[in-house]
Design a binder for this molecule. Structure first.
Ligand SMILES: [Zn+2]
Length: 397
């Protein structure tokens, strides 16, 4: 059965040019791997006005619980500077023990290995004692509107229920076995606009320079620290990402300035409380007399970016133990349980079932010459296969 070979699976997937939002043949190729194993495969197209249609895939084997979901995406980021690649980004060429191609680690490699792990499990033990499903989107690297979030809603509306989920994103910083993700920080972005009074640089008493206001407000956003971190999370951190005034005249006092920021916050906060804290800081800085002696408070408004990402932490010990035990059994290394890094689609899945993340080494993701060590594909397949065995054993006992 060829789908038991993760290297062949990955080569097939890399050769599908599935740059978001294109399906590129990747989901069709995945379906062709899963159907011979006994999976029922469905394709779900998600639509949203003003956005390209996105193809997604849901496949399940088994009808009973316990039900384990594997989640991921077949879409990839653009190749970037194609001339800088040393191998065809959609060629899946192997050189020096590594397979090259866009999506090799993020995350066609994870999918290729999980398919192989399920195929091997079925070869050895027959169909799983419960159900296994694949929830695969074509819109993770894009706006993520027509992807996992809609696919989950669609499947849940049809009565699908899951007991646990493994996301196959690349989670290891240096070596396979470094790190499992058991949660993610939340993320909130916004834009602050300061309204002053434009005027002549030589007559500042008639003007109100918006630069003073934006400097005071952005400073208050960044200091002091929001917290010192928690047991499972790094300290929350806010970065001002741009300040825009756009004034080219040296004799004009600018009347308007904007600044954008993003905060990655831990479980000290919710999206709502962190927004309230940001407003509290802005109000305090705006009213601070020392910054604007004899003047009224800085006038500002704030616009929040749509859809904050909520912080989450998975506390399902059976799931975490099955995965970290499998990693240690295969690699001999105890993985760190981490909540670092950016957001992932796990933030949507956590509303349906406990979710953990483990995949390949992420070093070359999104880069020119994205590539994966061929040996890692074999190792990750063994880890996934061991995880499947342990998770079903534990879930049924
Ligand atoms: Zn990814």
């Amino acid at each position: 059965m060829t789908s038991a070979d993760p290297i062949a699976n990955l080569a097939t997937l890399i050769r599908c040019p599935s740059v978001t939002p294109a399906e590129g043949g990747a989901l069709t190729a995945l379906a062709a791997m899963l159907e011979p194993l006994g999976f029922t495969v469905e394709r779900m197209v998600a639509r949203e006005p003003g956005m390209p249609d996105i193809e997604n895939l849901y496949a399940r084997i088994g009808t009973d619980g316990p039900h384990l979901m594997f989640a991921g995406h077949t879409d990839v980021v653009p190749v970037g500077d194609e001339a800088a690649w040393t191998h065809d980004p959609f060629g899946a060429e192997i050189a020096g023990g590594e397979m090259f191609g866009r999506g090799a680690v993020d995350m066609k490699g994870g999918i290729a290995c999980f398919v192989a792990a399920v195929a091997r499990h079925i070869e050895k033990h027959g169909p799983p004692k419960g159900s296994v499903s694949f929830l695969i989107t074509g819109d993770e690297e894009g706006p993520a509107v027509n992807g996992t979030i809609k696919l989950l809603e669609w499947a849940a509306a049809r009565g699908e229920r899951w007991d646990a989920c493994l996301v196959g994103e690349p989670t290891n910083p240096d070596q396979l076995g470094d790190m499992i993700k058991i949660g993610r920080r939340g993320s909130v972005s916004g834009t602050v606009t300061v309204h002053g009074v434009q005027g002549h640089a030589a007559y500042p008493h008639l003007a109100d320079n918006a630069v003073r206001g934006i400097v005071a407000l952005t400073d208050a956003l960044m200091d002091p620290p929001f917290d010192a971190g928690t047991e499972n999370f790094q300290p929350s951190n806010l970065e001002v990402t741009t300040i825009d005034i756009g004034n080219r005249a040296t004799n004009v006092v600018p009347g308007k300035a904007t600044a954008s920021f993003n905060i990655r916050f831990n479980d000290t906060w919710t999206a709502e409380t962190v927004q309230a804290e940001i407003v509290r800081r802005l109000d305090a800085a705006a009213a601070d007399e020392r910054l604007r002696p004899g003047r009224s408070p800085v006038r500002y408004d704030i616009a929040w970016a749509e859809r904050p990402s909520h912080v989450f932490l998975t506390r399902n010990n059976q799931l975490i133990a099955s995965l970290s035990g499998a990693v240690e059994a295969v690699t001999g290394r105890a993985p760190k349980l981490s909540t670092t890094g950016g957001t992932s689609d796990a933030r949507f899945i956590k509303d349906y079932c406990p979710v953990v993340e483990f995949g390949l080494v992420g070093q070359t993701m999104h880069m020119v010459d994205e590539r994966v060590a061929v040996a890692d594909l074999e190792t990750l397949t063994s880890i996934y296969e061991t995880f499947i065995e342990r998770w079903f054993d534990n879930a049924r006992s």
